[in-house]
Write a protein that binds this ligand. Sequence first.
Ligand SMILES: [Ca+2]
Ligand SMILES: [Ca+2]
Ligand SMILES: [Ca+2]
Ligand SMILES: [Ca+2]
Length: 612
Amino acid sequence: MIRRTISICLMICAITAVGSPACRKKQQTSNEPPATAKEPDSAPGTANVAPPTEEKGPQPQQAESKPTPIQYVDVTQQAGIRFRHNSGAFGQKYLPETMGSGCAFLDYNNDGWQDILLINSKDWPGHQRRRSFPALYRNNKDGTFTDVTREAKLMVEMYGLGCAVGDYDNDGNVDIFITCLGPDYLFRNRGNGTFENVTKRAKTTDEDFSTSAAWFDYDKDGNLDLFVCNYVEWSIEKDLFCTLDGQNKSYCTPESYRGQSSRLYRNLGNGTFEDVTQKANLFDPTGKSLGVAVLDYDRDGWPDLFVANDTQPNKLYRNNGNGTFTECAMAAGVAFNEAGVARAGMGVDAADYDGSGYPSIIVGNFSNEMLGLYHNEGQGLFIDEAPTSTIGQATLLSLTFACFFYDYDLDGRQDIFTANGHVADDINTVQPKITYAQTQQLFRNLGRKRFEDISRRLGVPFRRPLVARGAAYGDFDNDGDLDLLITTNNGPAYLWRNDGGNQNRFIKFKTVGTRSNRDGIGAKITIHTTDGSRQWQTVKSGSSYCSQSELIVTFGIGKAEKVESAEVRWPSGKVEKIENLAANQLVTLKEGSGVLSLQPMPLGVSQAHQIR
Ligand SMILES: [Ca+2]
Ligand SMILES: [Ca+2]
Ligand SMILES: [Ca+2]
Ligand SMILES: [Ca+2]
């Protein structure tokens, strides 16, 4: 029956795709190389994850818990991060209480060390117990952070959900957009350690229930535009009674409320924005959007959008290159699950995880729903491979909010991280297999589209259940490997240090746009290593859930000693090529000038210096 449904769905999708010219892949007109990259049969770094030598023979029962040479260590306390999210919950079970909040790795003071931004919600009117604020933690370059929220002028109470960071005014300082229930906030970075609330002047505020957001330059005019996901029409007055046990109030699912359209703000380049949602053909009040990924799925050089919707079909907006978008999710096969049912889409990300040359998509979904693993087949079609992959069964019971691709072991293959936690604190009383707090998951990419669930082998943090929401990756200690920042609902935020990931080699890029936006968001970087493998990534904002990872792009290159060549395709269209880069460096690239600086890594404390 299921197989039949799949084939019917595939038929319908194929027919629909053929019948929708705007969604069909155009002829390869760009000067991009064809998608012929092959994956090496064994990644150069494979040796690093071989079982410890003292183990004798395969022991399947223990294999699941056998530690790997890479461990994540919870360094929250020693790093000095004391943040606690306040959902405002006081017993009424208001829907927004279950949703927040996100986080970001960003370098707000341009010292080359990733700082931390944590979004907060607040108490409800009439039930104020304490004041709560977002938090900005400055990296002290020695493994610790200092809370600089007050001096940065970010002590603003708001019912915050998510954030996106990007240098919208191209002055070299990364700015912060915070999504809220009620008016959103745009904070301009003054470049002196403080932020200025420019929301009113910028006209990027709406009263909606906003969640994830992303900066990207959809019209390639050199100014970063802003996409904001909106969720449902909810207010204290409109709050409904829902129940799991027939008696007590539970948190409602979004079916009970009307959706709100997400928004696109065009950056006019003078500090103000224009709401172009209608003009760009993006108006959709059925949305209930929670996640957005920017990707060029058809490789025509224009950034497209994938929007994950909660209990509504997901949307894939193809950028027509003329200021408008065409919705293609049905035709592309990413709107529903394999049975044609809309799922509870949360966080999302896109990357080329199999060396096909095309970006594929992951979507976090509800418990009793698998993660969506939409493989990009080219020609504008995707196929959800989760049901036939390890990932499907392993994510069936998890309620996944944040999810992203990143290369935790630097072997050159994009792995998958998911942050999980249920929305109903009483779920276990009615569904014994499902818990409120859940463990986080990491799927190691084995190549050839295969993944291994190694969550339970990565150390104590991965075995501790949390009510996780946002998540971001970044190399906060500048030792090369990617660390994790995780937020929990109405609880602490966590910083997990990656220990051992840098046994493999890497190369990192920081992009400085000139004709393109200053952050180089949208720049596509392709590297070739000596073993004949090719990888590419895009500098991006958005993805995950309500969160943003560092803007630095990290490539794992296994045991390779150098990168033969790197090509950067800037959003402006300019293409630059660099030959012969030694491994374990941060390469700062300036559009039009090539390499601005080479910074060997790991970066010791004494080596800390300005990277601009
Ligand atoms: Ca700025
Ligand atoms: Ca623009
Ligand atoms: Ca990997
Ligand atoms: Ca690190």
